[in-house]
Ligand binder design. Structure first.
Ligand code: NCD
Length: 326
């Protein structure tokens, strides 16, 4: 059986964008559209997940992903538990399983998991009790599906027609779970031209199998694109030998006003954050009029609300009335 879809093709977990078809992704984005206005209300809440419990389990550092998952759950009226797990005290395998079992004994409904090991969210999903859902908030260099979904949501709000879109993903593709998840989502939505741009040392060996155009030269890679997605150098995942010097990297791959001129005049500038000014992006360009980096964060709440509501809300697998308040 599919690790994240039920027999009707609906989401049970969200572990990866790989294998999600365009129809299901569009349904998530359409649902997210309906949640966007909630964020602008004075009372930023809807009662959809009232009485449900969501656990944020972050074994890796995070600012926007953890807080926007928390806000998303709270704006759906769920109860939220935040567990900050120190990486050093964690051994994989049994410890993860013990953590899962312990929290499940508290009748929680959903885990949001970030972990440095690729496959951690799949591990959780395999061992979760039947009514419990798992959302992957980033596993190693493997996948970060909600980031990819909020990115395509942001693109769609500005460029609703994907049929002739050119998207360039620039930088450390090798260590980026964001890039991998974006590539799958962009393919599923029919984007005809996806480019990856970076030095050879920061592209995966199997880059040819991803269905992307590969560029090692920034200016050529940006030539005529509609969307530029910049990535951080994921130094925490690099072996010392791979580490490029920040200044040299900026000279060759940093997004500056000058480099921007090669893209279309109305190209969107995106970045999942955290940004490293002067390494992959010039300070002035980060908040350029065409930058939608802050919108990505806002949209992340609506997209995460959509995924949570689709999994725990209408398609609930809990027994009828089991979680209803009197
Ligand atoms: C990304 C991540 O953690 O994979 N950030 C995020 O979730 N907003 C990218 C990164 O850390 O560079």
């Amino acid at each position: 059986m599919d690790a994240q879809l039920d027999q009707h093709g609906r989401l049970r977990h969200l572990l990866t964008t790989e294998g999600l078809d365009g129809r299901l992704i569009a349904e998530i984005l359409d649902t997210a559209e309906t949640f966007l206005p909630v964020t602008d209300q004075a009372v930023k809440k809807v009662p959809l997940l009232r009485g449900r419990t969501v656990v944020n389990l972050f074994f890796e550092a995070s600012t926007r992903t953890r807080t926007t998952f928390e806000l998303a759950a709270k704006r759906l009226s769920a109860d939220v538990l935040n567990l900050q797990v120190s990486t050093s005290s964690t051994s994989k395998g049994e410890t993860l399983l013990d953590t899962l079992e312990t929290l499940q004994a508290m009748q929680v409904d959903m885990f949001v998991v970030r972990h440095q090991a690729s496959g951690a969210a799949h591990f959780f999903a395999r061992h979760a009790a039947p009514g419990v859902a798992v959302l992957n908030a980033g596993d190693g260099r493997h996948a970060h599906p909600t980031q990819a979904l909020l990115d395509v949501f942001t693109i769609r709000r500005h460029r609703p027609d994907f049929s002739a879109l050119r998207v360039a993903i620039v930088g450390d593709i090798l260590h980026s779970r964001v890039a991998r998840s974006e590539i799958h989502a962009l393919h599923a939505l029919g984007v005809p031209e996806i480019r990856v741009v970076g030095p050879r040392t920061l592209l995966p060996a199997a880059v040819d199998t991803l269905g992307v155009h590969v560029f090692h030269d920034l200016e050529r890679g940006l030539d005529g694109v509609d969307v530029i997605i910049m990535l951080r150098l994921q130094r925490e995942r690099m072996e010392g030998a791979l580490l490029p010097g920040a200044e040299e990297y900026f000279l060759n791959y940093g997004l500056t006003e000058r480099a921007l001129r090669y893209a279309r005049g109305d190209a969107l500038i995106m970045h999942p954050g955290p940004i490293n000014r002067g390494v992959e992006i010039d300070s002035g360009v980060a908040y350029h009029p065409r930058s939608v980096i802050l919108q990505q964060i806002t949209h992340g709440i609506a997209v995460r609300m959509a995924v949570m509501a689709m999994i725990l809300g209408s398609h609930s697998r809990a027994p009828e009335g089991a979680h209803a308040l009197p």
